[in-house]
Design a protein. Structure first.
Length: 357
């Protein structure tokens, strides 16, 4: 496979609207990188610049050390899988998968071997004589992946490939992409707005907002040590709770509630005495039993877990994810404690950490 380097990429359109700012990323050989963020954040634009479908305004794109910034899309040795499959309805599955190789006028025997090999990997052998309309959405997406596989590209590019599938098919196809990645040791750049896909698929995640990279790291790093409030609330489901507090007398004081802190947390926040701090707590880090009262508004049973929504004090909405089945009713008060807390500067929105961490 290959290594891909994105160096200071900008995308500025003719109307001076900038979609991507100073994007830097080194994709290692065999690595699966997921670009994640809300609609309009610049992730698909970045992928299209890599594919050669959008011009690069500034910066350089290197494939195995070779500058391909200005190379035409057909000469980049990359294969893209789109969300809408882009299959030819009048062709069989075999013909769709072989199409790019036929255009290259490769030897028919070589084409046949490559198509059969890709079909076996994706469990499509029995479907090769069918037309796309005869297949399910998940099967059609596998055909689109097969069409990319037969080209034997250096890098696979996936642009929200699962967004047109229902929840069950999304989960199944996600597993197939993971198996494909491991089986081929493929270098993959994958775009999605779904943070569940990002967490389950990625070796590393690039989290983007408004054209800027917010954080690059492993799924655990983004989940456990978010750089800022945006990453903290985008990664994780349900999203992290955020509370407006002030650090006073070794405690975080909100509207009608107080949070006791460990000695380590007090030392971290020593310079913030008397100042506002945004407190972040993931729903799964809230546990029953403690000194913080929550007045329940709704109770959602999800089987082995329960989502409890309520308020701390007057206006601080909170969502807790308890590990067991709970049956709270509106108006009930449950006392909780926080197993882990995150602290953010409300002005910069950046995480408050020890220097060097």
């Amino acid at each position: 496979m290959a290594e891909l380097q994105l160096q200071h990429l900008d995308k500025i359109y003719d109307n001076n609207v900038q979609a991507v700012y100073d994007f830097n990323l080194d994709v290692k050989d065999g690595e699966l990188i997921v670009l994640v963020g809300p609609s309009g954040c610049g992730k698909s634009t970045t992928l299209r610049m890599v594919a050669g479908l959008e011009d690069i305004s500034n910066g350089h794109l290197l494939l195995d050390g070779r500058d391909i910034t200005q190379a035409p899309a057909k000469d980049r040795d990359l294969a893209m899988v789109f969300q809408n499959y882009a299959l030819y309805g009048h062709m069989t599955i075999y013909e769709n998968m072989a199409f790019s190789l036929t255009l290259r006028k490769e030897n028919p025997n070589v084409i046949h071997k490559k198509v059969l090999a890709a079909a076996e990997i994706l469990d499509l052998t029995a479907q090769l004589n069918k037309k796309p309309a005869q297949l399910s959405g998940g099967q059609r997406q596998r055909v689109a992946m097969g069409r990319a596989i037969v080209r034997n590209p250096k890098v696979f590019l996936f642009d929200e490939p699962l967004s047109n599938l229902d929840a069950k098919l999304r989960s199944a196809t996600r597993r197939e992409i993971l198996l494909l990645h491991k089986r081929l040791n493929a270098t993959i750049l994958y775009v999605t707005h779904d943070q569940t896909e990002a967490l389950t698929l990625a070796d590393r995640i690039v989290c983007m907002s408004m054209g800027h990279v917010q954080q690059i790291g492993t799924p655990l790093e983004l989940y456990d040590r978010p750089n800022n409030i945006f990453v903290a609330t985008f990664i994780g489901l349900p999203p992290m709770n955020m509370f407006n507090t002030v650090f006073e007398d070794g405690k975080l004081k909100g509207q009608g509630f107080e949070v006791e802190l460990t000695q380590e947390a007090k030392a971290l926040l020593a310079k913030w005495n008397g100042k506002p701090i945004t407190l972040g707590v993931r729903p799964e880090d809230i546990a029953e039993g403690g000194s913080i009262p929550v007045r329940v508004t709704t109770n959602e049973n999800l089987g082995m877990t329960t989502l409890v929504h309520g308020h701390m004090g007057k206006n601080s909405h909170v969502t807790a994810k308890f590990r067991d089945w709970a049956s709270y009713r509106e108006g009930d008060v449950v006392n909780v404690h926080f197993n882990k807390m995150h602290f953010f500067d409300p002005e910069t929105t950046n995480a408050i950490r020890k220097e060097g961490n």
